[in-house]
Design a protein around this ligand. Structure first.
Ligand SMILES: [Zn+2]
Length: 317
């Protein structure tokens, strides 16, 4: 049995996923719970999960990583704004987490840590530069450049979901219009289908649109083509800007595979510098829902070894 373990928490608007990796990187435990609606109950939940982890692993968990949905400020050490989980907005995370987490811990944006997870354990291994994207109810992303998670000046780097791909597009949660997220996400796919088909179906999901595309429904196929078109525009922007080795795409909508990816790659190829496109591999992510919690745990291991703890055992602050 390993002597050192690292815990990872991945908090989204609907679920808190958590797990533990061994020092070797092997995922040895994982579980999930519904995200509580308010912050006090969230802190209580994290405290009780910690007790559960201590029962399993004793004092061997050396550090914890937390990926939170939202704009996490590296300087203010809090989420300035979380569009999909607003109870986090401006909450003093560090002092409150110190009350329930007795080991050094590290916080970052959830998609940045998922990018780090794919880099350490998934399709991003052995590359030096990658762009990670997750296409689900929203679009999250993170960048690894020269083998490092690129954080930006304030910690807000990698928000590819909020670059403009359609200047005439709809209003986004972030306040901008026509973001990649408003054109390429589960709600966008459903909206496209209702527009193309002229139908009025209230409970329609992105998975329904996928199943209809597979069975030959023309409106469903056009819906994917429209999402793929805008995704391709987004991909061409990062290819031309960064000349990355890999772009890794995960998330629920990517479960549709080629229906989204084929039109996206075709559009990206059309709009990218040819030599840069030729060097970039575009692949489906491999860790699925574990990318975030594994990335958070690996980030904790990585930062602990660099001496970047937000707190330390026995800290009185
Ligand atoms: Zn936006």
């Amino acid at each position: 049995m390993s002597d050192s373990y690292y815990a990872g928490f991945d908090l989204g608007g609907t679920q808190l996923k958590y797990g533990v990796i061994a020092a070797s990187g092997q995922l040895v435990f994982k579980d999930k719970a519904p995200s509580p609606p308010d912050i006090t109950r969230l802190m209580t939940l994290i405290g009780s999960i910690w007790e559960e982890l201590e029962q399993r692993f004793g004092q061997k968990i050396k550090a914890a990583g937390f990926g939170f949905a939202g704009f996490y400020s590296l300087t203010k050490k809090r989420i300035l704004y979380s569009p999909n989980y607003q109870t986090l907005n401006n909450f003093p995370l560090v002092p409150q987490l110190k009350r329930v987490i007795p080991v050094p811990f590290f916080i970052h944006n959830d998609a940045n840590l998922a990018a780090f997870g794919e880099y350490m354990f998934g399709r991003g291994q052995l590359v030096q530069s990658l762009v990670f994207l997750t296409v689900g109810t929203g679009v999250g992303s993170g960048l690894i450049l020269e083998g490092q998670l690129w954080q930006g000046r304030g910690g807000f780097a990698g928000e590819l979901g909020h670059i403009t791909v359609n200047p005439e597009g709809l209003l986004c949660n972030c306040g901008n219009t026509g973001c990649l997220e408003t054109e390429v996400s589960a709600p966008a796919l459903v909206r496209n289908y209702l527009n193309f088909s002229g139908k009025r179906e209230k409970q329609l999901t992105a998975k329904d649109v996928y199943l209809r595309a597979k069975s030959g429904d023309g409106a469903a196929r056009k819906s994917f083509e429209r999402c793929g078109y805008f995704l391709g525009i987004g991909l061409s922007i990062v290819i031309n800007l960064l000349n990355p080795e890999k772009i890794i795409i995960g998330g629920g909508v990517m479960d549709s595979g080629r229906w989204l990816l084929s039109p996206a790659i075709a559009e990206a190829k059309k709009r990218s510098i040819e030599v840069s496109f030729a060097l970039c591999r575009i692949e489906k992510a491999s860790l699925g829902n574990d990318a975030g919690l594994m990335g958070a745990a690996a980030w904790a291991r990585h930062q602990l070894n660099r001496g970047k703890a937000l707190t330390s055992p026995g800290s009185k602050k």
